[in-house]
Design a protein around this ligand. Sequence first.
Ligand SMILES: C[S@@+](CC[C@H](N)C(=O)[O-])C[C@H]1O[C@@H](n2cnc3c(N)ncnc32)[C@H](O)[C@@H]1O
Length: 329
Amino acid sequence: MRYQGGKVRIGKAVAATLKKQEAKYAKELGLTTPLPYFEPFGGMLGVMRYMGEEKGRPVRKRVASDVNQDVVEMWRRAQKGWKPPKKCSEKEWERMRRSALTARTPSAARGFVGSQVSFGGAFFSGYAGRYDPSKDFCAQGARGLAKILPEVQDVKMYALPYEEFHPKGYLIYADPPYDTHYASFGRNKYMSRFDSAKFWRTMEEWSKDNLVFVSEFKAPRGWKTIWKQQVNRAINPRQRTDYGYGTHKSVERVYFYAPPKKSSFAKPTLGLKRSKLPFRTIVPKLHVNQGRRWAPKGQTSARASQKKSPQAKRRMRPTRKSSPKEAKK
Ligand SMILES: C[S@@+](CC[C@H](N)C(=O)[O-])C[C@H]1O[C@@H](n2cnc3c(N)ncnc32)[C@H](O)[C@@H]1O
């Protein structure tokens, strides 16, 4: 399935690497059975799908989480038989995107459309059909979901930020949003503002009690590369790189910090204090849409609010009586 930073192409190879590393440390850590597996940045479960079964049998407990509550709702509902929409016009896509801004509950359809029918799989970044009208992104996403579903049917899903977890005794694969600070093409509006420094500190902390592996392009000092591969990445469709418009090549790596304490594996726990949070969308409030500024109903876009009519400007000018200094007196 399409997703920004998703591991659809390299998921199998990454999962094989994780299993190999687990086997390598099994003796040192006294492991006799496969470790429970946790992905705090689950997304489209590109690696998770290969971590469950061996020879048709479930081999370990698996848990995933993601801060995108709509995407998690999509997985939870799909595990219970929900089917994604067959079609999604640009109008419907826009209606769903706006609905996230006022919604109080997550929506499986919004999770599906926001990821599968958006450019580069970046959540509601732009209607994908506009950039490639020859493809039926909705049907493609539905086929992908049907294919992956049997492989992730038993995965326990949480809709929480990774900071809520304090795991112990787990095999962990963390695939966070890319650190845009490192990316050679710089920041753009499709990238989230993720605190990477805090993330790496937390992963070092988790490494004391878990076997932790991280996917990124670069890592702070002390982290070792245990696997790498060149990948194509979708970026801002209007941005040109040496590889053409909207695409970029980078070397994706899996990093490891240090083996954990042997005693951590006696009683695995996720260390959760709460399992649910109120709904909060990750859809951006203001959105540049085909050259027009868009703002939620009842609000004005940043650019529109700068262009005030002369009457409005006059209304905003403080009068003698209502000036802040006067008011204080
Ligand atoms: C690179 S993607 C993961 C892709 C996934 N491995 C796959 O194969 O599809 C990063 C994910 O992290 C999620 N995310 C961003 N900030 C987060 C946070 N603070 N806690 C948990 N998840 C977060 C995003 O919603 C996104 O789904």
